[in-house]
Design a binder for this molecule. Structure first.
Ligand SMILES: [Ca+2]
Length: 451
């Protein structure tokens, strides 16, 4: 008690000292926050439609306004904030740390864009400044701190935390990029078994999120996020985040653990790879980006079956020029068995309920050997020995195609198929060193509504 009085005494003395030195009134805080005295000229959606190139200089008077929906507070976003208005959302890329100190969630800001640049990085539009890459070409990058102070203005004090739109994974659309969205009744495939991110990695971690129809999106979490080492929750729940995008892959950026709610701890009833009971789906949209290098390609309800030999279809992550792509791969190179036959199956598909029975996918090959083959079947079960199966005549990578070049099938019409079916990819090869063709599969889509 005595200590408290002492501190109080010192405080009173200090306040008294300041008061004595300065006549200004410290007692009454300002009733209104900073005020921006201008009007927006464009909605964010109008802005994105007007400037939609890889890199555009903004050469006339453009003012945007929006509410801050995400900042760098947890460390999952780095040197950027995201603002959203009624129409759309956009990233502001700023070469400055601790942006959250000024740009709290819920803060309204105005952006005077003239003199800044806008463009797409990996397909995701942002406002920033031009940046010269090591190759000499210009692309969109961060605006300097000094520029940000002249172009981005807070208006009033922060309001309530922004609300998100609840959407489903099949609704993802370019117009939603950077928006704050919520997915309900979804689960982390690795719930209870893995963390949001690998803190020791030198890059962010992708963790698959799956909905009840087997559709997936990845949670993309930085190794620097303050929740990186937390274990993913188990069961079905609600996940909110910024809907980001990079080179064909949607990425959900969770802002902090408040974005992960109401997980029920339940076990998956499907989608567990080879393990669970298959509940048929009507849409399959798989880019394999949520898989881990060299794991069996049994992710998001897909499964692998060995008939001969000790190999499986595997996830392969290939990185070139710091850009990685992930696909399913089959090879018998250096295999110790004489003969290999192994299958990759899609999730069970309900052909009667599917609204759109068009299938597309891409294949690539390398190290062509005549004794290897890749064939595609429709089957009514996952045991190739007992299932009824029909071989499909689809365009897949051939000897004459360039190695490692993905060849699209074009639309394959499966309208004649009924009941519950699987698409099976049958790989056959000889073991030994350099004695088999490598085949790769990516971007499998079935029943995806045409855009
Ligand atoms: Ca891929």
């Amino acid at each position: 008690m005595k200590l408290s009085y002492n501190i109080l005494f010192v405080l009173v003395a200090v306040v008294g000292l300041f008061s004595a030195c300065d006549d200004r009134d410290f007692d009454t805080p300002p009733l209104t926050g900073p005020e921006y005295k201008g009007e927006p000229t464009h909605t964010i959606s109008e802005f994105k439609q007007q400037f939609n190139g890889e890199l555009d200089s903004i050469g006339f008077h453009v003012v945007l306004t929006g509410i801050v929906t995400a900042n760098d507070e947890s460390g999952n976003l780095y040197k950027k904030i995201v603002i959203e208005d009624e129409s759309a959302a956009i990233e502001l890329s700023i070469d400055r740390n601790s942006l959250y100190g000024e740009f709290h969630m819920g803060q309204q800001v105005f952006v005077e864009c003239e003199g800044l640049f806008t463009g797409k990085y990996g397909g995701l539009q942002q406002v920033g400044y031009k940046y010269q890459s090591t190759s000499g070409s210009y692309q969109i990058g961060r605006m300097a701190k000094e520029l940000s102070e002249k172009h981005i203005f807070s208006h009033q004090y922060p309001g309530d935390k922004p609300k998100s739109d609840t959407i489903s994974i099949d609704q993802l659309d370019e117009s939603m990029m950077s928006q704050l969205v919520t997915f309900k009744q979804v689960r982390f495939t690795n719930g209870g078994k893995d963390t949001f991110a690998d803190k020791d990695a030198s890059f962010p971690t992708s963790q698959p999120i799956v909905d009840e129809n087997g559709r997936s999106i990845i949670a993309y979490t930085s190794q620097f996020a303050n929740f990186a080492s937390k274990t993913l929750p188990v069961g079905k729940g609600t996940i909110t985040g910024i809907l980001s995008y990079h080179k064909g892959t949607w990425q959900l950026l969770i802002r902090d653990l408040n974005d992960v709610e109401d997980f029920d701890g339940s076990e998956p009833d499907n989608g567990g790879g080879n393990g669970g009971t298959d509940v048929p789906v009507t849409v399959v949209d798989e880019n394999f980006e949520s898989g881990k290098n060299y794991d069996p390609a049994a992710i998001n309800g897909w499964s692998v079956v060995k008939v001969q030999g000790d190999r499986d279809w595997q996830i392969k992550v290939f990185t070139k020029d710091e850009v990685s792509s992930t696909y399913a791969q089959a090879s018998a190179h250096n295999g110790t068995s004489d003969d290999y036959e192994y299958w990759l199956f899609t999730p069970a598909i309900d052909m009667d309920k599917a609204a759109n029975k068009i299938m597309t996918f891409e294949t690539a090959k390398a190290y062509w050997k005549e004794t290897s083959s890749l064939e595609v079947y429709v089957l009514d079960g996952k045991d190739p020995a007992t299932a009824n199966k029909e071989k499909l005549d689809v365009k897949i990578a051939q000897q004459s195609d360039s190695d490692f070049t993905f060849i699209p099938t074009g639309d394959v019409d499966l309208a004649s198929h009924t009941g519950v079916k699987y698409i099976g990819f049958k790989y056959v090869a000889k073991g030994g060193a350099s004695n088999s063709t490598t085949f790769q599969i990516d971007n499998f889509k079935f029943g995806v509504t045409a855009n």
